[in-house]
Design a binder for this molecule. Structure first.
Ligand code: NAD
Length: 452
């Protein structure tokens, strides 16, 4: 392995940044810094902690264009999406700034005294994030961790660290004390794994593949270390015959091709009731033809390249030779381009069951409500999904039966900082967002006080 990280712009293949890998010793030094900063951070009055996180949010908001451009150059996300992400980082931080004083304990009726609960900070939290939404994933972890009184060591994916590094600088600029929010950049197997092993790291918050998540679970078992996991998905977009088919079809490309399909919530299985299968498929293909693939720095681009040459090769292992009903165009010249693809393969094909993490979608017919639910739940994953129907009662029956954590009806939008987000089955453990996530960044302490 080389001693330095070489980062390339995925749209041009040009080298944009080189930096050394963090070693295990570097990680240890950063954890020590976070540990040293912990007592003062947890001792801050709640309103002072709120004010500092809010100032961090305002500082991010003042740097949206810079962060967006950095993200697009590092990972190829279209600039409009990157700008949306940068604004969402600021909003997420604002939400958790406001949450500090609202994460309340309780008093419980008991005999002979009173019983009260406290949410205590964990201490140093290790965070390991993926490359697909780098700054957004960072904020989803840093926001609640800091709000709950912890200090943070974030190890972003080594191929897309630039916005996470910049966020740490902006935190300092905003007045977050030195050592409270730290970023360390290095490979997962060494720098990331050290956060699993380090005894002073009290929790690991992980977003990434199910395969690595399982390894982390084994590693954390050694110290009974707290662990939350946001993992992979193969989400279903279920379209019933009584749905507004035009609306469902117009929204379907965005639900799976957004961020080049490199989205854990991608609705990469479209299940369509057999009686409207051909009609829906024709509408879906028409909508996919409008999906503009090209220069991610151009504001009207819908989809850029894939993140690296290696990931392009991984997606092609599924798409090479795939019999498609639609394949889009890609720019010529340098860049890790992959066209959007719509396929209707036999149900037992791997593309119907495995997470591809690229712009490849399968469309699968179903007969009735029970059949739709059966196919939807025939997956090791259970992260997200959608139901399209004009029958409100059916929509409720189906979402209740779907084995997935983050769902939407007559919409593909299901992720918000104010609502719980996470997966069933092998899509994860625990939840992000909303007040629920604060429970994953604190210990619940129970105290009985005698009044005798
Ligand atoms: P990945 O699992 O390869 O890597 C994720 C992170 O883990 C990176 O920072 C990596 O360096 C680190 N890592 C790798 N091996 C490690 C080890 N042995 N010990 C400690 N850290 C290690 O995932 P990826 O390719 O970066 O991201 C894509 C995956 O992430 C997809 O499966 C996607 O579905 C998932 N994802 C899930 C969510 C969610 O919220 N559920 C969100 C985004 C992405």
């Amino acid at each position: 392995m080389s001693d330095s990280l070489i980062l390339r712009n995925p749209a041009t293949e040009e080298v944009i940044h080189e930096m050394p890998h963090a070693t295990v010793d570097d990680v240890d030094a950063v954890v020590a810094k976070a540990k040293a900063a912990s007592p003062a951070w947890r001792a801050l009055t709640p309103i002072d902690r709120t004010r500092l996180i809010r100032r961090f949010a305002d500082t991010v908001a003042a740097h949206v264009d810079e962060l967006a451009e950095l993200e697009t150059r590092n990972m190829g996300m279209p600039i409009g999406n990157s700008r949306w992400c940068a604004n969402a980082v600021a909003d997420t931080l604002h939400y958790f700034a406001g949450a500090v004083e609202k994460h309340t304990g309780s008093s419980i009726p008991v005999a002979g005294g009173i019983d009260v609960t406290f949410h205590e900070p964990l201490g140093v939290v290790g965070m390991i994030t993926p490359w697909n939404f780098p700054m957004l994933m960072a904020s989803w972890k840093v926001g609640p961790a800091l709000a709950a009184g912890n200090t943070a060591v974030l190890k972003p994916a080594e191929i897309t660290p630039l916005t996470s590094m910049r966020l740490a600088e902006l935190a300092l600029e905003a007045g977050i004390p030195e050592g409270v929010f730290n970023v360390v950049v290095g490979p997962g197997s060494t720098a990331g794994w050290r956060l699993v092993e380090h005894p002073d790291v009290r929790k690991v918050a992980f977003t990434g593949s199910t395969e690595v998540g399982k390894r982390l679970m084994v590693g954390c078992a050694e110290q009974v270390k707290r662990l939350t996991l946001e993992l992979g998905g193969k989400s279903a977009n279920i379209v019933f015959a009584d749905a507004d088919l035009e609306k469902a079809a117009a929204a379907a490309p965005g639900a799976v091709f957004d961020n080049s399909g490199q989205d854990c919530c991608a609705r990469s299985r479209v299940l369509v009731q057999r009686s409207v299968f051909d009609e829906f498929l024709a509408l879906f293909i028409e909508a996919a033809k409008q999906w503009k693939v090209g220069d991610p720095m151009s504001p009207d681009t819908a989809m850029g390249p894939l993140v690296t040459a290696g990931h392009l090769a991984a997606v092609r292992r599924y798409s090479d030779g795939l019999d498609t009903v639609f394949t889009g165009d890609v720019p010529s010249g340098p860049g890790y381009w992959h066209p959007v693809m719509i396929a209707t393969p036999a149900y037992d094909a791997a593309v119907c069951h495995e997470e591809i993490f690229g712009p490849v979608v399968v469309v699968i017919p179903f007969d009735d409500e029970a059949d739709a639910i059966r196919i939807c739940n025939d997956s090791i994953y259970g992260l997200s999904g959608s139901v399209w129907t004009r029958d409100g009662a059916k929509a409720i029956r189906v979402v209740r039966a779907m084995e997935a954590g983050t769902l939407s009806v007559n919409s593909n939008s299901s992720v918000r900082y104010s609502t719980p987000f996470g997966g069933f089955k092998q899509s994860g453990l625990g939840r992000e967002h909303s007040m629920h996530v604060l429970d994953h960044y604190s210990e619940l302490k129970n105290v009985f006080i005698s009044t005798d």
